[in-house]
Design a protein around this ligand. Structure first.
Ligand code: ADP
Length: 299
């Protein structure tokens, strides 16, 4: 049994089609990234899976149950962190989590457990309003985890965090997701690249790609930026193995594309050496997945 199964989901708001024939299945232990520009339909899709809103057409099931018919039971299996992480700023962390625990009728021992699991211990005595954005996000994660759900759904969980918080929350999500089915959304490709092992690219309510991250990365060109010490001709670079494109971006700096999975940097060094060239700088640019994302999501 698949943990999540969507079949031909359609959803419109007024005249606007927000989801257009969306189908996919997600199994146990998968970490799926929902990647798409703002307004693509990510939040709407997540709300349909969690049972907060209904699709106009199609079916959504969670743990083998139709979401629209079993919305209360389905909610027990899902931990959901909505995009804007609504919290009661006047409540104390522990008080808020006790409140959420009471809604789910979970054992009170879960409160201490999620405080521990999300690294909230040093802040647990504070009011939520006193916490940094990173710690507020931890409170949201703790609340989503209180009933120990099988499935965790996180809507843009890292948006608006500073770089340090970002690293911490990413790691936390990775740790928390280890024994769960995890779906998270982002409009930023790097976020999905860091966290997911399968990527669903969504644009204007349609699924444009559904692949493992490895496959998406493997199908792409390798792009390397090199600065040589002298001016060279384009034809000269054709001697490089696997080269598919070369663009002179500035003076002695070239952007080279290769059709291979082998790391071409050592080969470029050897090539320069035998040709009597010096390399002043070399950088592997992982722009490839980003380019694919742009191609798939351009209107
Ligand atoms: P994303 O999460 O990818 O940014 P959303 O699912 O939030 O996208 O929104 C998709 C589209 O649906 C947007 O154009 C948004 O304005 C519209 N939309 C979302 N919720 C509503 C609503 N309750 N009423 C009307 N339009 C909505």
């Amino acid at each position: 049994m698949k943990r999540i199964e969507l079949k031909n989901i359609h959803k419109s708001y007024g005249n606007q089609k927000v989801l257009n024939d969306v189908s996919f299945q997600i199994g146990k232990g998968e970490i799926v990234g929902l990647l798409g520009p703002n307004g693509a339909g990510k939040s709407t899709l997540m709300k349909i899976i969690t049972g907060f809103i209904k699709a106009d057409k199609g079916s959504a099931s969670v743990m083998g149950m139709d979401v629209s018919k079993n919305s209360l039971t389905v909610k027990k299996h899902i931990g959901y962190l909505p995009e804007h992480n609504p919290l009661y700023l006047d409540m104390y962390v522990r008080e808020y989590l006790a409140f959420v625990a009471s809604i789910y009728k979970t054992k009170t021992s879960r409160i201490d457990q999620v405080i521990l699991d999300t690294g909230l211990t040093p802040e647990a005595h504070k009011k939520i309003g006193q916490l940094s954005k990173g710690y507020r996000q931890r409170v949201g994660l703790a609340a989503a985890l209180i009933h120990d759900p099988d499935i965790l759904i996180l809507d843009e969980p890292t948006t608006g965090l500073d770089p340090n918080q970002l690293v911490e929350i990413r790691q936390l999500i990775k740790d928390l997701g280890r024994n769960k089915t995890l779906i998270l959304s982002s409009h930023i490709m790097q976020e999905i690249e860091h966290l997911a092992d399968r990527v669903l690219i969504i644009n204007q309510g349609k699924i444009m790609a559904d692949e493992s991250l490895k496959t998406l990365q493997a199908g792409q060109q390798q792009i390397i930026e090199v600065e040589f010490d002298i001016r060279i001709e384009r034809e000269f670079l054709d001697k490089l193995p696997h080269i598919s494109a070369a663009e002179n971006i500035y003076e002695h700096i070239w952007c080279l594309a290769f059709e291979t999975q082998d790391d071409m940097r050592p080969a470029i060094f050897d090539f320069a050496n035998t040709q009597g060239l010096k390399i002043l700088q070399m950088r592997q640019k992982n722009k490839n997945l980003e380019q694919l994302f742009k191609e798939l999501t351009q209107a």
